[in-house]
Design a protein around this ligand. Structure first.
Ligand code: FAD
Length: 379
């Protein structure tokens, strides 16, 4: 009899899976989320903190409210995973599992680029969001550089959204004409996973706002006011806003779920090589073609979490199981007061379908709804 399902991570993937499981399984099946954080806040709020429309304190939601739904919550770091004994150890506790869902997301690894932490702001770092805002408001003239220094990274459009939001902040403060914005990316085009057409549409939007995109720039180090690239070219800046390389949490490598520096390789069923161990969301690498992987986005982590939950539910009910990740969804591209929307159908035949819907105020409202609906449903 199945008695315990453990979920590592109370983010998009973990919360979606836990809710789907709880709605469909009897109460004698225990469902437990383990997270080192005691709150949930969507990463997209970080952009609103930069914009000044949100604060961290009023945007985070306590994770322990899931207890009222019959989902257990353990606020501790997972220190080890034993896939032979089917056990997970946290700082002070040990749990046996019948099924394990690894939804641990990614960690930022700025240390992989020498000089980055000392000389630049990290866009995805929560503590840097309000500092970036203040720097933008204080800046009177000079050069802003954005740099994508590692791939894959979370939410491919997010750095471009940040550039467009900051562009509109500078327009409001009247300083934009004295400040240049340059964008240096490791990728050859703006959104490689969305393909050349969508990338060109985004490029046109950036150019119309006088944001210069420079592709195939591999940052090898950062010095004071200076980016250095592999091809020996350099770029000066007064303010650097960087997206650092990403890595999986250490416990994933220690458990043998992925090789150091990589992510957990899964197919559309999200099964790992270990018995009854699934992996979903940013911590995974799910290839679509030999070159393109499913982007690291909350909407996909959610879809994978639900697919895995349905597979486990069918197994427990002894029904036929063939639940796989559908691969459809999209991300908003916020530009200040309006937003565009990148729609993706990753596994469409014969090729993935991608589309960028034109910027419109409605998409901005939909983005706010996207957050609200999920918080209401999950917590
Ligand atoms: C600025 C920005 C904007 C974005 N905008 C969008 C958007 O508009 N739409 C969209 O779909 N996506 C967006 N994303 C991407 C989205 O936030 C991520 O893809 C999503 O959070 C991934 O979900 P996940 O469940 O895989 O991981 P996460 O949501 O990161 O959750 C992982 C959880 O695991 C926990 N954890 C990790 N290791 C351990 C451990 N050892 N022990 C215990 N707990 C652990 C963490 O504390 C965390 O709570 C954005 C990202 C950024 C940075």
């Amino acid at each position: 009899m199945v008695s315990q399902i453990i979920i590592i991570g109370g983010g998009f993937g973990g919360l979606a899976a836990a809710n789907e499981l709880r709605t469909n399984l009897p109460s004698d099946v225990k469902i437990t989320i383990v997270d080192k954080k005691d709150y949930f806040m969507m990463d997209l709020v970080k952009l609103w903190i930069i914009k000044g429309t949100r604060k961290f304190e009023t945007s985070k939601r306590p994770l322990n409210t899931i207890v009222k739904k019959g989902i257990d919550f353990v606020n501790e770091q997972v220190a080890s995973i034993d896939t032979n004994q089917k056990k997970v150890k946290t700082t002070t506790k040990e749990f046996s599992y019948d099924y394990l869902i690894v939804a641990a997301g990614v960690e930022l690894a700025p240390e992989k680029i020498p000089g980055l932490s000392a000389n630049g702001m990290i866009l995805y770092d929560l503590e840097h969001a309000s500092k970036i805002r203040q720097k933008i408001l204080d800046m009177k003239s000079g050069k802003i550089a954005f740099a994508i220094t590692g791939m894959p990274y979370k939410c491919p459009p997010a750095p471009f959204e940040a550039a467009l939001i900051i562009n509109s902040m500078l327009q409001e403060t009247g300083t934009r004409k004295n400040i240049s914005i340059d964008f240096y990316s490791l990728g050859p085009i703006t959104l490689p996973a969305a393909g050349p057409e969508v990338s060109k549409q985004l490029l046109d939007i950036l150019e119309s706002e006088n944001i210069k995109f420079h592709g195939s720039c591999k940052t090898i180090s950062v010095e004071k006011n200076l980016l250095k690239f592999e091809d020996k070219s350099i770029a000066n800046f007064d303010l650097l806003i960087a997206i650092p390389p990403h890595k999986a949490p250490q416990v994933i490598y220690d458990a043998g779920l992925a090789q150091e520096g990589t992510f957990i390789s899964v197919k559309r069923d999200c099964k790992t090589q270990f018995d009854n161990v699934y992996a979903v969301g940013d911590v995974t690498n799910m290839m679509v073609t030999d070159k393109i992987a499913v982007p690291k986005a909350g909407i996909f982590a959610e879809g994978q979490g639900v697919a895995v939950a349905q597979d486990i539910i069918s197994q427990i009910r002894k029904e036929k199981t063939n639940s796989i990740f559908e691969g459809k969804g999209g991300c908003f591209v916020e530009m200040g007061t309006t937003a565009g929307y990148v729609y993706v159908d990753m596994f469409a035949e014969p090729n993935p379908i991608t589309r960028l819907d034109k910027p419109a105020p409605e998409h901005m409202e939909e983005k706010e709804q996207f957050e609200k609906e999920r918080i209401e449903k999950w917590l």
